[in-house]
Design a protein around this ligand. Sequence first.
Ligand code: FES
Ligand code: FES
Length: 160
Amino acid sequence: MVEVRLRVNGADEPLDIQPQVSLLDALREHLGLTGTKKGCDQGACGACTVLADGERINSCLALAVQYEGREITTIEGIDHPLQAAFVRHDGFQCGYCTPGQICSAVGMLAEHKEGMPSAVTGQASGGELSPAEIRERMSGNLCRCGAYNGIIEAIREVAR
Ligand code: FES
Ligand code: FES
């Protein structure tokens, strides 16, 4: 066991865990924050997306011990216009992917604002987000219900 002091949604969360425990399992199994979902547990679906110091990460690929001292934000700590926009635009069906979609979109909008380019924009980033660019920037988040059109519209609305 190792002692880890995580900081999650603005609170200090000391934990005694095995060093191989993923950040996803620390959040869900040890802290009871089950909003973050486990889809594939191997970095392929994005259901486990959380923010670390405002940057989106797949928490299933992160060891909890590596994130000591970082500011982790899960869906339980998010209060963002995207949430209401997802409801308005039917950006979900079963909702399993939704926490990851929202966390990822929050991180993506910040990346775009900072001028980080995408494969669609090339080097000239920073303009209005097109549906194609949103699809590319959100391509790490899968939705098995196929609610992509609503997700894109929700993100477009907030981006505008
Ligand atoms: S559960 Fe982490 S990417 Fe699928
Ligand atoms: S809403 Fe069901 S997986 Fe996306």
